[in-house]
Design a protein around this ligand. Structure first.
Ligand code: NAP
Length: 242
């Protein structure tokens, strides 16, 4: 029986790349999206065209609404039959120093970036009972830079959750994380912006999406790996070259 992955925020960018990558390997994909309705439908159709023997369904959910989040896993199970892999990829990335952060930004970013993965991980344990969870964090968790305070805290918390869940859910469920660095430019910026940032990395270049897909493959195939974080960041977590 084919394996099934639920990928949150799968309609575009990294989520889309991971969906296509896993579909090529024979996975069925539950494509979660929030506002990217057209992109989600286009992705489903593209996958169905290329892999007609596999199952691809789209699931809309605003992950800042906890009631909706609690329905997502049951909906996916109902429609797809089973779920073997949960990738907590959806995220909001809003800037703001601590001193200027309002309660609305704090609660809305934590809801999507931390609370939703928390609920989905808990429900994956309760309902799927075995399999694999992969959380997308960020190489920023190694720093205390506060220009994206809530985003950074949400990703630090998600990494802590990864380890706690790995311990509690073993041996039935493995839980690991990937920390991308300079990978894709924000939607309002171009490749030049990214290449400039990449000059500060030890590897002096962005690796693009490939190191993340390779990390994904490594986590999936290494059946003894749990509670681990793979940096896909060109060495950014080490600091800058002397
Ligand atoms: N891109 C990078 O260079 C980079 C670097 C470090 C870490 N990361 C991490 O890698 C992951 C993927 O990165 P990305 O740049 O591809 O992410 P992204 O484009 O910023 O966001 C991915 C998806 O999250 C979904 N999302 C946002 N708010 C939501 C909400 N309220 N409810 C449900 N879904 C919501 C959006 O879905 P809709 O479009 O359907 O609304 C969006 O397409 C993220 O976790 C990010 O933090 C990325």
């Amino acid at each position: 029986m084919k394996r099934t992955a639920l990928i949150t925020g799968a309609a575009k960018r990294l989520g889309k790349e991971m969906s296509i990558h896993l579909a090529r390997q024979g996975w069925n994909i539950a494509i979660h999206f929030n506002s990217s309705d057209e992109q989600a439908r286009n992705l489903k159709n593209e996958l169905l065209r290329n892999f007609p023997d596999q199952k691809f369904e789209i699931f809309q959910a605003n992950l800042s609404n906890s009631t909706r989040v609690e329905k997502l896993l049951p909906d996916v199970l109902n429609e797809m039959g089973k779920i073997d892999l949960l990738i907590n990829n959806a995220s909001v990335f809003h800037s703001g120093y601590l001193k200027e952060t309002g309660l609305d930004l704090l609660t809305s970013q934590m809801a999507v970036n931390f609370q939703a993965p928390f609920i989905l991980s808990r429900d994956f344990f309760r309902l799927a009972q075995k399999g694999l969870i992969i959380n997308l964090v960020d190489t920023r968790i190694t720093t205390n830079k506060s220009n994206y305070t809530v985003y950074s805290i949400s990703k630090k918390a998600l990494w802590e959750l990864t380890k706690m869940a790995a311990l509690e859910f073993a041996p039935e469920i493995r839980v690991n994380a990937i920390a991308p660095g300079v990978t894709l430019p924000p939607e309002d910026k171009d490749e030049n912006y990214l290449n400039k940032l990449a000059q500060n990395l030890p590897m002096k270049a962005t690796g693009g999406v490939k190191p993340i897909l390779q990390s994904l493959d490594y986590i999936i195939t290494n059946s003894h790996l749990t509670g681990q974080l793979l940096f896909a960041d060109g060495g950014e977590n080490l600091g800058q070259n002397p």
